[in-house]
Design a binder for this molecule. Sequence first.
Ligand code: NAD
Length: 498
Amino acid sequence: MLDRFKSKPSKSGAGTRDLFINGAWIKASGGKTFDDFNPTTGALIAHVADANQADVDAAIAAAKTAQPAWATLPPAARAAVFHKAAALFTERMTDFVDAMITETGSGFGKAMFEASLVPVALHEAAGLTTHNIGAILPSQVPGKVNRTVRSPRGVIGAISPWNFPLYLSLRSFIYAMALGNTAVLKPSEDSPLSGGLMIAQLFADAGLPAGVLNVVTTGRDGAPMVGDSFVGSRDVAGLSFTGSTKVGQMLSMACAQAFKPIMLELGGKNPIIVLEDADIDRAVDLAFFGAFLHQGQICMSADRIIVAQPIYQNFLDKLVAKTKNFVPTAPHEQTCVIGPIINDRQLQRIASMVDEAQTQGATIHCGGTTQAPYYTATILTDVSRDMRVWSDEIFGPVTCVVPAQNIEEALAMANDTEYGLSAAIVTTDLAQGEMLAERINAGMVHINDSTVHDEPHCPFSGMGASGGGGKWGPAGAIEAFTTQRWISTQRIAHQLPF
Ligand code: NAD
């Protein structure tokens, strides 16, 4: 049980949940389980199978066996599974929304938003089955035809985070699967149901052949074993990882040694630049949404809000006034904006970063307190470059507001980070916004919108410590999850030199 709930009794009688391997629900072969808790109440949700090496090996073997037949199915047959999964998901959406609220403390609105992306992504994956995967290239040699063709890589090992458990777990494997790969998914220990086992059931019911998707769950201690297995197994052709920069870097280095591709989507330290000509009320709303949706536990959360000096004070006053209206609220309430923090480790980390910043001279305008399992919505100013709140991903309901004397200074501050996931610019001068966007070191820049934005067909990606290992969207998925071959045909014999 989470430390913060140790004094409360947890609900007993929670059921057990098994692994999904080769189309069947099986117990972990070591007989172990780990506990899945509700982060808001501390109640036990389920005892979840804690896979060991033999289980992971079995899942990889099942995916390997299933792959050739899956890849040679007509595209329409593969697409039909995704369309069916989308239809079933729509029927079960409430179950998934409830699970995200219960298991991860997703506020009702955030859970609905996340769920709304799922059918769109599934139809997008279906469309990928007939996407262009080849080209004809001219040749310098008379009578020669150069073609490129792409084939699925084979088995993809996917590891996903808990914060958008459903959508990010799906994203980690559906495009790979649409392209003819099979997958083993390891969801986060904080979201084994909404991020893994419920998804397995959805695909099983949609008619996915056995072995094409396998889901292995482990406690936190078992995660490195799964990562090592994906990297080390010759039967896993590539990895898809969404999570922290620290773990992503470790896996990336291991994959480099194994000459194995890895699709990486990691952390962020995302800036919003508010230019002098911005509509201040709109900028406040966008900044608030970007900083506090899902209590700031989003890779695209706006940690740094950089505001043109002439409007700085007015902007700050309005943002603080708005933020004070949002008190911690239970996630199942439809009004919830500031819900619980996922676990004690993260709650303590957020508190220590804010306390440390205050000691170093930062001013807290609102929030700054732990009300376990919540952390109050916090706005900091007087933040300097040597503070962790400026340089490290906070992943909580905390944002820093800083003034900029001019556009060049705003840009320099926005780019003063090793991360490069998302950024936003608020301005009424769209041409200026677009020119500035091209100078921000981020994979995604949104003008007059929040840093938090995703559309499944667009190239979601980060630079630097945010990943840079690939892009989502059809083109990026094809690059990440297929192998390209150059095949040439010499139609007319040409003269050889000897
Ligand atoms: P995390 O890195 O702690 O965990 C992510 C996954 O990796 C989990 O399934 C976990 O069990 C697994 N894992 C942990 N240690 C491992 C190891 N040694 N080997 C293999 N797997 C291991 O991240 P989290 O706390 O679940 O998620 C939050 C982080 O994810 C934040 O940094 C956030 O910015 C990032 N994130 C990025 C994106 C994106 O698209 N860029 C999206 C969501 C979250």
